[in-house]
Ligand binder design. Structure first.
Ligand SMILES: Nc1ncnc2c1ncn2[C@@H]1O[C@H](COP(=O)(O)OP(=O)(O)OP(=O)(O)O)[C@@H](O)[C@H]1O
Ligand SMILES: [Mg+2]
Length: 373
């Protein structure tokens, strides 16, 4: 049974629809990363799960208990949830033990039980011996561990983390990420982890959910989102993917025959016949001297990791710059022919494209300007 189920959950702030009928089922013990552009509703979703906001429609269940629905609302302190924020939110005048103890007091544990629980979680997060320090006597990473220890102490069934690593430097982020993974498998709790950083998400998550403008675009394993995006937004968002408009000629047995400009390609996909998108990453392209289905022009190169990361702009189809490593330095303007070795074809959910713009991308699906890396 899924631990956490959201059924058509909506949330309005005045007239603004911050969440639009979001449905999601998260299995027990999952580590779900919630990804999406700023303002897409990630924090709002966490706050609804935590009980800090009430939905305007839909229902939220923990196991088979309705915690929010038209007829039920379980307050946050009764939901057995732990929350960790970017800002740690520790009480500065209390010691580490005091910070952790507070929630245990509220939960009604006696002094002996509280002391045992504090020792247990300090060991889990690797802070034995630092219990008597105050937050200002700790490093950023240690403070974040205290925040996590505090949320683990009440043995929650669900831990919600809202960009917990955003205040840490790159090295510490990496260390804390593997700590989160270790603690996740040690405790067996279900984690929902909001982040801006998809590399971070792909590294730790068992499942990834991508949101855009209050809607859930796709949920799947990191590999599924990377290899089989369900929408152009997900394709472009995950792994610096690119999309090109295609016409699907044939659809059979998990493969699609598509026209990309004047080139015919046979690629994996499940798009119906009609307009569609070819979704790909730089690793799906090979530089060739003859042929190639994507004609581009070199717009710039940077020397990186022993190769020349080359930015190439398609010249015969409407698409964004694609960046891939080439072995030699070339001058800007050099024609670069690229052949597809992989990719994934999806249908165009936006039926208006045919009427609005037959050759180009529709405005709704048109990628925002993608800056060169
Ligand atoms: N209390 C509120 N009152 C009015 N509007 C709100 C409120 N909380 C959030 N919003 C709006 O709802 C939308 C979603 O906000 P939310 O904080 O969930 O985004 P987010 O995905 O967490 O963004 P970020 O990545 O920047 O943290 C935003 O447009 C925001 O301005
Ligand atoms: Mg947020």
């Amino acid at each position: 049974m899924p631990r956490l189920t959201l059924q058509a959950v909506s949330k309005r702030f005045d007239t603004y629809l911050a969440l639009d009928a979001v449905s999601l089922a998260i299995p027990d013990g999952a580590f779900l990363a919630l990804l999406g552009p700023s303002g897409c509703g990630k924090t709002t979703l966490l706050r609804l799960i935590a009980g800090l906001e009430m939905p305007d429609g839909g229902a939220i269940h923990f196991d088979d208990e309705a915690v929010a629905s038209e007829v039920a609302f379980v307050p946050p302190e009764k939901r057995r949830i732990g929350m960790v924020f970017q800002s740690y939110a520790l009480w500065p005048t209390m010691t580490v033990r005091g910070n952790i103890e507070f929630g245990l007091r509220v939960a009604g544990l006696n002094a002996v039980e509280r002391a045992a629980r504090i020792d247990e979680v300090l060991e889990v997060v690797g802070l034995q011996g630092l219990g008597d320090r105050r937050p200002h006597e700790l490093s950023g990473g240690q403070r974040q561990r205290v925040a996590l220890a505090r949320s683990l102490a009440t043995r929650p069934r669900l831990i919600l983390l809202d960009e917990p690593l955003a205040n840490l430097d790159a090295h510490l982020r990496e260390t804390m990420l593997s700590e989160f993974r270790r603690i996740h498998s040690l405790t067996g709790a279900t984690f929902v982890f909001v982040t801006h950083d998809q590399d971070e998400a792909m590294a730790v998550a068992t499942h990834v959910a991508v949101m855009d403008r209050g809607q859930l675009e796709q949920v799947g394993t990191p590999e599924e989102l990377y290899r089989k995006p369900a929408s152009p937004m997900v394709a472009r968002f995950i792994g610096r993917g690119r999309t090109l408009p295609v016409k699907v000629i044939k659809s059979e047995g998990g493969r699609n025959l598509v026209m990309l400009g004047r080139e015919l390609l046979d690629l994996p996909g499940d798009a119906p016949v009609g307009y569609g998108w070819l979704c790909f990453h730089a690793s799906d392209l090979r530089h060739v001297t003859e042929g190639g289905q994507l004609k581009t022009e070199l717009v710039g190169q940077v020397f990186q990791n022993g190769t020349f990361l080359s930015h190439c702009l398609p010249t015969e189809v409407d698409g964004d710059v694609v960046s891939l490593p080439l072995s030699e330095r070339l001058s800007p303007g050099t024609p670069i022919k690229l052949a597809f070795t992989g990719g994934w074809v999806i249908g165009d959910g936006n039926a208006s494209r045919e009427a609005a713009n037959v050759t180009g991308t529709s405005s709704a699906c048109r990628p925002a300007v993608i800056s060169l890396r």
